[in-house]
Design a protein around this ligand. Structure first.
Ligand SMILES: *[C@@H]1O[C@H](CO)[C@@H](O)[C@H](O)[C@H]1NC(C)=O
Ligand SMILES: *[C@@H]1O[C@H](CO)[C@@H](O)[C@H](O)[C@H]1NC(C)=O
Ligand SMILES: *[C@@H]1O[C@H](CO)[C@@H](O)[C@H](O)[C@H]1NC(C)=O
Ligand SMILES: *[C@@H]1O[C@H](CO)[C@@H](O)[C@H](O)[C@H]1NC(C)=O
Length: 488
């Protein structure tokens, strides 16, 4: 090497060190702070994320939630399912000025359901206007700054500028609404919830328990990872569930096992797959079967099936775009200041959903899987949050029905899928993605009405939709249905 090359080499190495070291090391060093860093007093932050009122300077009532109001003395169990109405729900999300049209397009599925939208709009007049315009749509808007903003002392708790705002949205929404709802739908501003399915799912749960639902979980860098640590609902304790061996013998699980073995440079012969499938060891993220938890899911319950002491069991992270559902009981447990303090402990976390899941985990809550994915042996068509396989059915239900391509799986999905990620960024502009939100929401309604018509067309033998247990497949699981008295 001539001296010039050596110098160049040296300079390149220095450049790499300069780039890599702050990310690799400083994240772990307590004393590292971004330029201009200021340790913001929590009281300053408590003033943010509130809906402004036109006649008063924003005032802060002390948080009404107290530790004593957290859990009912006796965990109450619902004797029978109750019908839910739109006023039992609120929707919370983080957005920004640029995406406001998309955030407002959630009206397509939210009709009548209150929405709380945390935005980067920092001008009070504009915020008041948003609130006034949103009133007929039951919308409230509040401001929270970007990560790295001077108002946050330049701190970056997430990697993207909207991460902390998104993470804070459910807690700010609870502070805003108080105990006036039962269930909070939480997702990105381009998450669509299918309310008929959501209402049927939640009818048999007690909103005063701290419950968090998702079956679209990140674990070991994969989502939806059906082997992510989580629980099943308490009421499945009486049901016969498949074993891990049953699950690992399916086509989907075999394909996943083969990939795992190949990645670990192990043989992938039929015999090797057979041996792997027969191994009952629970490895989080790779081979795992959740158990029903009563009365609700804790990290201990989510990790209980894992017996190997050397396997670490971490918080599974629900996919934010696929959305998640929280009970009011859960939000009572993490009042706004508690949640804020937790979120501030992160440095460049991988997303708002990561921060929320880990804060819940630290406060003793893990996610509950509604169950269909397990009942159907991890067939990815039965991922209920955001779906996985068969998303085409949800994007274009009318096309699928009219072309005769909506088979029993498609019909199950149209009735039971809880949410869909519209993926706003993937379209030409926000206007087009907002239009997709409207189209999908209304097509889903139309498809459901049509399926109901088919189901009731031949007389009065069918059970009204709202009485069909969530997840039951009308065409194959008829034994699960209560029989109507005058059945012929
Ligand atoms: C409001 O936000 C804009 C753009 O993010 C910024 O330039 C401006 O300084 C902010 N205003 C205040 C009062 O913080
Ligand atoms: C939603 O908004 C409408 C129209 O403003 C209003 O009549 C209704 O009471 C609101 N619902 C809730 C739950 O706030
Ligand atoms: C419906 O079609 C999908 C995709 O072709 C297929 O994977 C699924 O098994 C079918 N469902 C039934 C019940 O035939
Ligand atoms: C179905 O039930 C409704 C009300 O319960 C009744 O009015 C109607 O006559 C019934 N139709 C048939 C075909 O039995």
């Amino acid at each position: 090497m001539n001296p010039r090359t050596v110098t160049l080499h040296f300079a390149t190495t220095l450049l790499w060190l300069w780039i890599l070291v702050p990310y690799g090391r400083c994240k772990l060093r307590k004393e590292y702070h971004p330029p201009g860093y200021r340790n913001v007093a929590i009281n300053e932050l408590l003033e943010l994320a509130q809906v402004p009122t036109s006649d008063s300077i924003i005032s802060f009532s002390d948080n009404k939630e107290t530790a004593s109001s957290i859990l009912p003395d006796q965990p109450s169990h619902l004797e029978q399912s109750q019908q839910l109405s739109d006023s039992d729900f609120v929707f919370a999300t983080g957005s920004c000025r640029e995406r406001m049209r998309l955030a407002k397009s959630t009206r397509a599925w939210r009709r009548g359901i209150r929405g709380f939208i945390l935005t980067d709009q920092n001008e009070t007049q504009a915020l008041l206007r948003l609130n006034a315009d949103g009133k007929p749509h039951n919308e409230s808007f509040a401001f929270f700054p970007n990560d790295g903003d001077p108002l946050l002392g330049m701190a970056r708790h997430g990697t993207m500028q909207g991460d902390t705002r998104a993470a804070l949205a459910p807690f700010a929404a609870h502070r805003h609404y108080g105990d006036t709802y039962k269930w909070m739908l939480y997702g990105d501003d381009d998450t669509l919830f299918f309310m008929d399915a959501v209402k049927r799912l939640l009818a048999s749960f007690d909103p005063d328990l701290p419950l968090a639902f998702s079956d679209n979980l990140w674990y070991l860098g994969a989502h939806p990872n059906p082997h992510a640590p989580r629980c099943l609902p308490c009421h499945l304790a009486g049901e016969s569930l498949p074993s891990l061996k049953d699950i690992l013998s399916t086509h989907y699980a075999r394909a996943a096992l083969r990939k795992q073995l190949a990645a670990a440079k192990q043989p992938t012969s039929e015999a090797a797959l057979e041996a792997a499938a027969a191994d009952p060891t629970q490895v989080p993220g790779r081979r795992y079967m959740p158990q029903p938890a009563c009365p609700y899911c804790t990290p201990q319950a989510a990790c209980a099936p894992i017996t190997s002491a050397k396997t670490e069991c971490k918080a599974s992270v629900p996919h934010g775009g696929a959305g998640m559902i929280f009970s009011v009981g859960l939000l009572r447990m993490l009042p706004y200041p508690t949640a804020l303090a937790c979120l501030r402990s992160f440095e460049e976390a991988s997303g708002g959903d990561f921060m929320v899941a880990n804060c819940l985990w630290r406060h003793g809550i893990a996610f509950t899987d509604p169950g269909p994915l397990v009942r159907h042996l991890y067939d990815p068509h039965f991922v209920t949050f955001g779906a996985h396989f068969g998303q085409g059915y949800l994007w274009d239900p009318m096309g699928m029905l009219t072309h005769g391509r909506c088979n029993a799986t498609c019909r199950w999905m149209l009735r039971n899928t809880l949410s869909l990620h519209i993926k706003g960024r993937h379209f030409k502009n926000w206007r087009v993605s907002a239009m997709h939100m409207w189209g999908v929401a209304h097509a889903a309604q139309a498809a459901k009405s049509f399926l109901d018509l088919l189901a009731t067309g031949s007389g009065n033998t069918s059970v009204p939709r709202q009485h069909v247990p969530y997840g039951a497949d009308l065409e194959t699981d008829t034994v699960l249905l209560p029989r109507s008295k005058n059945q012929r």
